[in-house]
Design a protein around this ligand. Sequence first.
Ligand SMILES: Nc1ncnc2c1ncn2[C@@H]1O[C@H](COP(=O)(O)OP(=O)(O)OP(=O)(O)O)[C@@H](O)[C@H]1O
Ligand SMILES: [Mg+2]
Length: 254
Amino acid sequence: MSDVILRVEHLGIRFGALAAVKDVSFEALRGRITSVIGPNGAGKSTLFNLISGAIRPSSGKIFFKGKDVTGSRPDQMVHAGLARSFQITNLFFELSVIENLRLASQFLEGGHGLFRPVSASHKATRRVEQLLDQFALGARANELAGYLSHGEQRRLEIATTLASCPRMLLLDEPTQGMSHADTQETEALILSLASESLSILLVEHDVDLVMNISDHVVVMHQGQKLAEGNPLDVRANPAVQAAYFGEVREGAHA
Ligand SMILES: Nc1ncnc2c1ncn2[C@@H]1O[C@H](COP(=O)(O)OP(=O)(O)OP(=O)(O)O)[C@@H](O)[C@H]1O
Ligand SMILES: [Mg+2]
């Protein structure tokens, strides 16, 4: 099965005179890895902000699982099954690994405080244990997140985004600032996460990683969609070469 899980239609947002995202349309298929690439300032993170509900589009529509979710708040998007990670690490450094995961999974508990159903709380506890295991963070469970290595922090961040059992995960530059070894590990991790029940939308500057694991690539440039297609076609596209890969070769993204 490979139907559409996310569709954006003519999406746009202006910040004053700047059209940060302009008339962007694309589809992401269920169970697949869709990547968004483009030079710095192309509008990739803004696109994620629009899709996750952090900011409202000034034009266009967003459909998630066939439903029009345009203008939904971030918490409504999480409830709908869409979770995101941030370009800047977004953990509570003064809390432990397990506390970070616990907080992220509160969503599964339903209700509030004393009125929280015990069964729901068990569900959250099981989810935390499962994530500690899946992300090889069990030995670090009681360590403060601030004391983890950079690679472990980014891994924990992906784990926290999965705490709500989403159907789609938006990852904004998960390998930013990572060593080569950590990047390779993250590549394998993202590949292993994609399944019929979890689709992935990825923003990433590491071109090799994008080419290795993506089913579909959307290229953005100056707020607009420049091209889209399978990794090989996108890489061979002369307009993409000029706008993006040319810059990468010259080290503009180092
Ligand atoms: N809240 C905002 N207010 C005003 N301008 C903004 C805002 N958010 C983003 N921008 C501008 O919109 C443009 C796109 O920014 P965005 O962060 O989406 O780019 P990006 O593709 O994610 O870049 P990078 O690869 O550096 O992360 C930039 O010119 C940025 O300065
Ligand atoms: Mg960005």
